[in-house]
Design a protein around this ligand. Sequence first.
Ligand code: ADP
Length: 369
Amino acid sequence: MKTVILTRLGMLTAPGMPTDLVTSGMVREAELRAEDGKALITVHVPSDYPGNPEGLKQLIEEHLASIEELENLMVVLTAERAAQPAEAPRQPPKLKKRPTEAKGRDMRPHAAAIPGISNVIAVASGKGGVGKSTTAANIALGLRSLGFRVGLMDADIYGPSVPRLLAIEERPEITEDVVKPIEKYGIKVMSMGFLMDEESPVIWRGPMVVTALMQMSREVDWGELDVLVLDMPPGTGDAQLTMAQQIPLQGAVIVSTPQDLALIDARKGLKMFKNVDVPIFGIVENMSTFVCPHCGESSHIFGHGGAEEDARRLGVPFLGAIPLNMQIRETSDAGMPVVVADPEGPHAKAFRDIALKVAARLFPEEDED
Ligand code: ADP
């Protein structure tokens, strides 16, 4: 079936492009997966693509509709950065920030609820490498250990790390009209990493991100979930802002190292969510103290550890501090986060405490008695 699909795509030229989808490299053979009546096609849209990417998706779907044995098709659009962007590519209109005069009013009806999912929370950071994904995975698993039905969506398109964090090597199955998330350690997981080749990083434009994310959040068979934890891409650029607007978020958790909070990065994250009226559930200080495994002495490698005070000054709750610890790194990198690897240990407890605070915000009535 792969050959049939490729042949068909080789006869289709995207509007405004000089050659067909295969010759132009927009569809690469290695990234076309087809089996048992199901196909997943990744389409690389060049940064100077003159047409409407959404229209292209539809065009491909229509073009392949007559292949009888193809029962289910998923087309995912990705965008690559041009070496030298000559001029701004034509894009669907950018989303505007919500007007400030609307402050206080819930402006989130645009972000339509995802069927079956009661709550979506974002785990975000002002910059990369602060342990956002590690925290997101451990919060998700912590919520699971508290008895909630949990999903983890790795939306870190720039460096999806959840497949590695949870040692997931298989690819999701496509059934009916949806993609089945992978189940691991009792949670349902979906990652952009499942759709991308790890070796060739993809740079996305805002609208692409929305398309891919909407597909990932809505065309995935999550079933019934109490909480979907969204591992956001690091930073506070357009893509993150768009996600914060387009996904119906109940709240956001900001992960920061002590010096990142003292500097400005984490504050930008706070501001971004405030701008789009998403409540900040609080700040997690990661890589807080370092306890020497040999002498037991604590050192503040990334600063004085005053995040709690900083959080108070910024008017947001402090959710907890996670130490810089070898076991956290080793378990994360070995594909079994510490909440699962050592559930009785102090680090698992620290993450579970954070998960409990998140749950208390999501389900306040269940916390009362
Ligand atoms: P981000 O998502 O912010 O880029 P990751 O969660 O991928 O960060 O973490 C980056 C690296 O730091 C990983 O190797 C991870 O294992 C390690 N790491 C994260 N948190 C801790 C911690 N508290 N102690 C030790 N290593 C950590």
